[in-house]
Design a protein around this ligand. Structure first.
Ligand SMILES: Nc1ncnc2c1ncn2[C@@H]1O[C@H](COP(=O)(O)OP(=O)(O)O)[C@@H](O)[C@H]1O
Ligand SMILES: [Mg+2]
Length: 360
């Protein structure tokens, strides 16, 4: 097996910024971690992205412009990252900005012009990771389970990883390494949107607002009836699926809304835990939600063996970017990255498409 030096790039549904991570990997059991960084979007660019999320298409012309802007943004920061850390790089694993996710109609859209990025950098790019999966009848998400499985190599099984990004997703890894996975429901996105509306900043830092609020149990009881929770795994969500619950919050103030939405994220996670094949020994939490103390404490009250990925030596904020690098290596090695247990795709499917720079 070959080894690849890859920078993975992730811009998640929360629209908080660009995560970059360098790893050396064979796309299987070799994982050497390198530097990782998060570059927050500046407010103007973030506003553009947030407005675009949840629209199937703006106009072809405007989307092309945005795809180019996203590629240029990546190019600038990847070059700085390479020069700052003095890296030699074989490839880029490029996710792009998720804006629309509708697997039943075989449609998932991650904006970002992979070819343009390859041309600008003069480095080959593997991108469009979700397309083959949805075209073959999969959900196109989550793609991270195969990487969680690699990270879990030395953990006692069954174990599970919970990624709390804009949307939250869970990976269950059985004793025989079989995977079960899916989105659990909202992650931080609803809380972000709620707090943005009230304060102008899209984050309840450390859960401080939620900590001071009262939970509206009636609304929780109503929201948890959403048919999404009754679906078996694998399943995935568009970021905007649960957006309607924000309208229900309009009678509440900032604190009570934040408390109720944070509790909803936790209740959704508990629903997902209940439909896993068995109870995992522990739940390893990664993604930005692991910094939300209120969310973590509430979760811990409901599931005792909860740890942050940081506690076992992983960079919890870099895992999704590392995944993109890992998937690029798997693409080069012709290894599948999605499976019936993870995205529901009928056959194991290789993720990604290669974009070679025209300049070289
Ligand atoms: N200290 C913190 N307190 C509360 N929430 C946080 C904190 N740090 C990050 N977050 C939340 O984490 C999210 C970003 O996490 P991330 O894993 O990058 O998600 P995504 O992949 O969807 O971008 C944002 O929604 C942000 O509000
Ligand atoms: Mg992010």
């Amino acid at each position: 097996m070959n080894s690849y030096r890859v920078i993975g790039c992730m811009t998640g549904t929360s629209c908080d910024g660009l995560d970059l991570a360098y790893i050396e990997t064979n796309g299987a059991d070799k994982l050497i971690f390198g530097p990782a960084e998060t570059i927050p979007f500046d407010p103007a660019f973030q506003k553009i992205l947030r407005q675009r999320v949840g629209l199937r298409l703006l106009t072809h012309y405007m989307d092309e412009e945005l795809e180019k802007s996203i590629a240029i943004f990546h190019k600038q920061h990847i070059e700085e990252f390479i020069s700052h850390h003095q890296l030699n790089v074989d490839a880029i694993g490029f996710h792009g900005q998720s804006v629309w996710h509708d697997p039943p109609n075989q449609k998932t859209v991650q904006l970002g012009d992979s070819q343009h990025l390859a041309d600008l950098l003069g480095i080959q790019v593997v991108g469009q990771f979700r397309q083959a999966d949805v075209k073959s009848g999969g959900q196109g998400a989550p793609l991270v389970p195969i990487y969680h499985q690699a990270l879990a190599a030395k953990l006692e099984k069954p174990t599970a990883f919970l990624n709390i990004g804009g949307v939250a997703n869970i990976t269950y890894i059985a004793a025989d390494n079989q995977l079960a996975a899916g989105d659990t429901g909202p992650g931080n996105a609803l809380v972000d949107d709620w707090v943005l509306k009230h304060t102008g900043v899209a984050q309840d830092t450390d859960g401080a607002f939620a900590e001071q609020g009262l939970i509206n149990q009636n609304l929780l009881d109503k929201w948890i009836q959403d048919p999404f929770f009754e679906k078996p795994f694998p399943k995935s969500l568009d970021r905007m699926h649960f957006h309607y619950v924000l309208d229900d919050c309009n009678q509440m103030g900032l604190y009570d809304g934040a408390a109720t939405l944070t509790q909803f994220t936790v209740e959704a996670i508990m629903k997902a835990l209940a439909i896993l094949p068995a109870k995992p020994n522990q739940l390893v939490v990664c993604g930005g939600g692991c910094h939300n103390a209120k969310m973590m404490n509430t979760l811990e009250e409901r599931f005792e063996n909860l740890i942050s990925a940081y506690d076992i030596g992983f960079d919890a904020d870099a895992i999704e970017a590392q995944l993109m690098a890992y998937l690029a290596a798997r693409f080069f090695e012709n290894l599948p990255s999605s499976f019936s247990g993870t995205t529901g795709v009928p056959q194991p499917t290789i993720a990604g498409q290669l974009f070679r720079p025209h300049s070289s």
